[in-house]
Design a protein around this ligand. Sequence first.
Ligand SMILES: [Zn+2]
Length: 479
Amino acid sequence: MSSSDERRLGDRIAREIYRDPDYIDDPVLADYVQGIWQPLLAAARARGDMSPELDERFAWEIMLGRDRTVNAFALPGGYFGVHLGLIAIVSSRDELASVLGHELSHVTQRHISRLIAKQGQQTPWMIGAMILGALAASKSADAGNALIVGGQAVTAQNQLNFSRDMEREADRVGFGVMTQAGFEAQGFVSMFDKLQQASRLNDNGAYPYLRSHPLTTERIADMQARQALAPHGPVNAATTLEHAMVAARARVLSNPGVDALRALLVEASGIKLATLAPSRQASVLYGAALAASRLRDFGNAKGYLERLTALVHADAPAARLAKLLEAEIALTAGDAARATAVLATTPPVRSAAGGETAAPRRPELFLGAQIALQSGQVAAVSGAAQRLQSWVAAHPRDAQAWQLLSSAYGAQGQTLRAIRANAETQVAQLDYVAAMDRLKAAQDLVRQGGGKVDHIEASIIDTRRRQVAVLLKEQTLDR
Ligand SMILES: [Zn+2]
């Protein structure tokens, strides 16, 4: 299978994942993961693990899943899945980097391509269905449920599992990639320890990652050899305040039911915080503030938030997350004025050259747009639309940015642009049928509009409809 065929297979799988209710594009978590992922990709390029051809052809995209089980996996075409459950249990960026580096290496070493080649006469469509079936089965923390999904999925997963040699190679290459990217080798060792402990507890239900990544004696021996290279042995790297807050967010978002949120608050109120390490305190306070706000208990949310802000104020990345949370909570409470004021005080982002950059980061940009939309103020909405326009020009595959832009156009009464931006959301999520629907609706609107239509936008719509028709045809032929 050529790399473009593999990418098309990956696109087919990704399209289904985007539609899955468990798919989540939380800007704060995604931003944190990107801060680890981009250096790993750069290291893989620098080491020559990733050929320029693969670099160009594949998506290299991480999709987050709300699932609270511990899992990460590589898919065809350079797509990767990461469950929030994994983010919630890792103790440092280095640990997360070790898992992502391993999964990345399965793709750069063409392990996926080799597995697909082994499927022989199966059509790409069948392979895609098998992978989706295996994913559905592995997602379930309840083994009984996995059986209900079907014998087919279980066999599919066995067929699609990497060999022991591939796992060892992904460990070896992944270790090289993560250390070259500047992450601590210790993260690899402590992550391995963490998996080993879970495997001793036979906690397979909560750790689907262990089912696809059994800790064989060879892998453990390799790890012990690497451990000798790590300067301080298998001690856990310190958990930063920022990491503790991100992990707490992943815990809350992967467990959004009312009962779970209440349990989290009860737990937080019973903890003697002063006896805990600062990172543990930050985790408890962040989780409790977010949980309280989700329960619309804004009094409690404010109390936890104030304590969190006091605790982390001297640590810039953690203070930024606390500000973002404060603005998010004000938005949830319907206080757009307060949310705007808080967001305005988030520290400016400095460019590599040392100057202050004008462009906000993705979480700030999206939160700012949501606040503007809620406030309904003309100037605020128009400013948000301009910033989102520049963002999508640089990131045309960002579905959530297009969706927010669509809402901003809609709020300004620019219906044609709103429909086109919504079509781009569908294109970004590879749903060309839905995109064609929107573009046709936009063309109908142009026809009814008579003399008052935006002719530039109308001509963009015609062009996009022709382009998307080609994409749709390709997608249909693939079957
Ligand atoms: Zn693996």
